[in-house]
Design a binder for this molecule. Structure first.
Ligand code: PLP
Length: 350
């Protein structure tokens, strides 16, 4: 089963790349991180907790789960916290997928979906994007009696496009009375300003087979601590808890996520910065004749004449971006939204 799996290649660490560049300061725009960093309240919470790291964490992330439940107006039994949303994708596969099952996945898309499906011995069924858009009609056509789940990523990584409320509702309704699980990965949902971006929680009330995936990595800037969560029916969360490791979320991650949840102002600042700078980058790229699908995320997928050479030129100047070839879009760069000075530098160089 492991033979076809290619180990995830995260690339060199930020520190190793910075050392390679020598004197030039390196800014990473390849991992869709928060350009503002974490909230100062998060940093203070981690400092307060640091002397207690000899103690195992709360295995159920109880305080964080309860705070999330209050914040989202659901019950705590509908929430599970994971070591990043990444872990939750793996737990869904472990809990629900078996050999013989099929899982419909957009293609290309966030790579761990396919890996986790394959690791569970199930078969990923690729639904090609319609250029840059998730093709819900195609996904629906690929659902068969063997389909255990459908994974939808909105905003999509790496295309940055969303599925809209009306087509998503029609898609969910069309799955019928005994639908497969539908995983809706909303890792970048906090950056959406399109009024047609769906309200996942409202969808969940109507479609109890839905699993919403969210993360503190992006909007809250906690990527290095690994905290994500899923919201679903109590029954689905109960299944996921059966395959969860006892202490899956560490002590610093739990207190940091709680502090982040309490700092609405930092989330608003991050969201506003991303929305403003996304528009700034988008307009600058358009002026340079560089096409990109409209982004609802904190990154843009930009079509460029020679992606490898462009990436290298930007890197030598201190800006690391992702070559689209590594995420299913050769001839493109995936560029995270940075601070204004970085974005200006990027536009001057690209
Ligand atoms: C679409 C998508 N889902 C999930 C994740 C995982 O997020 P986390 O950092 O919480 O594991 C990412 C991370 O980049 C992502 O792009």
């Amino acid at each position: 089963m492991l033979d076809p799996i290619v180990p995830y290649a995260p690339g060199k660490s930020l520190e190793a790349l910075a050392a390679e560049l020598g004197d030039v300061d390196l800014v990473r725009l390849s991992a869709n991180e928060n350009p503002l960093g974490p909230s100062p309240r998060v940093v203070a919470a981690i400092a307060r907790e640091a002397a207690r790291v000899h103690l195992y964490p709360d295995g159920g992330s109880t305080a964080l789960r309860e705070a999330l439940a209050r914040h989202l107006a659901v019950v705590p039994e509908q929430v599970i916290v994971g070591n990043g949303a990444d872990e939750l994708i793996g737990l869904i596969a472990l809990a629900a997928f078996e050999p013989g099952d099929e899982v419909v996945v957009p293609h290309p898309s966030f790579e761990p979906y396919t890996t986790c499906v394959a690791l569970a011995g199930a078969a990923p069924v690729a639904s090609p994007l319609a250029k840059y858009e998730t093709d819900l009609e195609d996904m629906r056509r690929r659902v068969s009696a063997r389909t255990k789940a459908v994974i939808v990523c909105s905003p999509h990584n790496p295309a940055a496009t969303i599925v809209r409320t009306k087509p998503l509702l029609a898609f969910l309704d069309a799955l019928g009375a005994d639908p497969p699980l539908v995983v809706l990965d909303e890792a970048y949902g906090d950056f959406c300003d399109d009024p047609e971006y769906p309200d996942g929680l409202a969808l969940l009330r109507r479609h109890p087979r839905l699993i919403l995936l969210r993360t503190f990595s992006k909007i809250a800037g906690l990527a290095g601590l690994r905290v994500g969560y899923a919201i679903a029916s109590g029954e689905t969360i109960d299944r996921l808890n059966r395959v969860r490791a006892p202490y899956n979320v560490n002590r610093l991650g739990q207190v940091a996520a709680l502090a982040a949840l309490e700092d609405g102002e930092h989330r608003r600042r991050t969201r506003q910065l991303v929305i403003e700078e996304r528009a700034f980058l988008s307009a600058g790229l358009a002026r340079r004749g560089l096409a990109h699908p409209p982004s609802q995320a904190n990154f843009l997928l930009v079509q460029v004449p020679d992606a490898a050479a462009s990436r290298e030129r930007l890197f030598r100047a201190g800006i690391l971006v992702r070559d689209g070839a590594g995420v299913g879009f050769p001839g493109h760069l995936r560029v995270s939204v940075g601070l204004r000075a970085t974005n200006e530098k990027l536009l001057a160089l690209i």
